[in-house]
Design a protein around this ligand. Sequence first.
Ligand code: 5AD
Ligand code: SF4
Length: 448
Amino acid sequence: MRKTAPPRTYRVKSFGCQMNVYDGERMAEMLDEQGITPAAEGEDADLVVLNTCHIREKAAEKVYSDIGRLLKGKETPPLIAVAGCVAQAEGEEIMARAPAVSMVVGPQAYHRLPAMLERAVDGKRSTDTDMPPIAKFDALPRRRKSAPAAFLTVQEGCDKFCTYCVVPYTRGAEISRPFADLVTEADRLVAAGAREITLLGQNVNAWRGEDGKGRPVGLAGLIRELAQLPDLVRIRYTTSHPADMDDALIAAHGEIDKLMPYLHLPVQSGSDRVLKAMNRSHTADSYLKLLDRFRQARPDIALSGDFIVGFPGETEAEFAETLALVDAVGYALAFSFKYSPRPGTPAATMDGQIAGEVMDERLQRLQASLNRDQLAFNEASVGRTCDVLVERKGKFPGQWLGKSPWLQSVHFYGPENAAADSADIAIGDIVRTRLVDAMGNSLAGEII
Ligand code: 5AD
Ligand code: SF4
């Protein structure tokens, strides 16, 4: 590679899950510290970080098309770093297939990006996909700015080995960040403007630590501590595994006001045979019973889940069991995917891979049910009064967008319903609102 001038501007593009969004923000902060500034909207950046997702095939393919787009018609292409889970899983392949990429950095090594960048400017390519536990977080800069709704990674990695999933290979074994580090980072996020913090982990409810007095605590203990931060008004957590749920976390939903009435608990399938083949360690019935306990603790809790259709061997009758489970739960929000065979995972070589058309058809039917329930949940919210955390301005003059406690998007107009800048409202405010109209993906509110 040729030597290049040090980059003046950067762009970080994150794909996939919220943990990638968090990682992308941290990489941006590191680049800020190097004196590199974010490229303006619509302008080419000197350095592009593609923070990739490997969870499904389509997500991984995007990397190569994105690289192609970055090079197209450019005399001086940008420096390109591929980060995230595709970098972890296919680092060598990327280096071989895409000579324009000068840095490949895995999700546990991105604190080394500045050093790699120095080499890249010098014309040298480098790959770092080491997985040293936790070192990354210590090496990252202090938090200085934050959106009103911020993410905080508390746990990474996965030991569950669901047979379809690449995460145990790309993100490594489960690790929990220390209690004290998390309290410090949360404190700084709040000082930097966060009013809501979502605690992130691939299995966030597997988080374990020791509190200030050296006593062992789980996620509920951490939430309880963070709820003490006076300017933090909302706490959420995602994503959970049914096997890691404990009584304390269920009880916390009934006891801690700042903990929002929302639970994302993936189930993947409603068929016990499929769940077993997925190595999920729960049944449809044990999952439903678990949800019942959350509902007892917090009757208005909004439930959310993930689904995979067309897992190898899934019969029509087994798929019907998934639809029945959906009917039984009544999800407020859900994410559903066609099964995508991932290289190196046990399910990729199982018998009975399902044809694409069958998966398409099942996904459509599942999404019809899920959309129906989401709309029903939103319609049932009409007439409710709730707090909305204002996250940004809306499309129309005087309009604002925010989230209800149940994670619904709510749009509303400022006082007077007119002025382009309703001076009385600001991003980060908590606004008391009556929900007056429901759509599939959002609600209209009126300030009280
Ligand atoms: N194919 C399709 N969906 C998958 N997910 C994880 N791995 C796969 C795969 N190989 C889905 C699961 C998980 C979500 C993050 O992505 O539903 O909960
Ligand atoms: Fe994608 Fe999973 Fe990696 Fe997140 S952890 S970026 S969803 S593969």
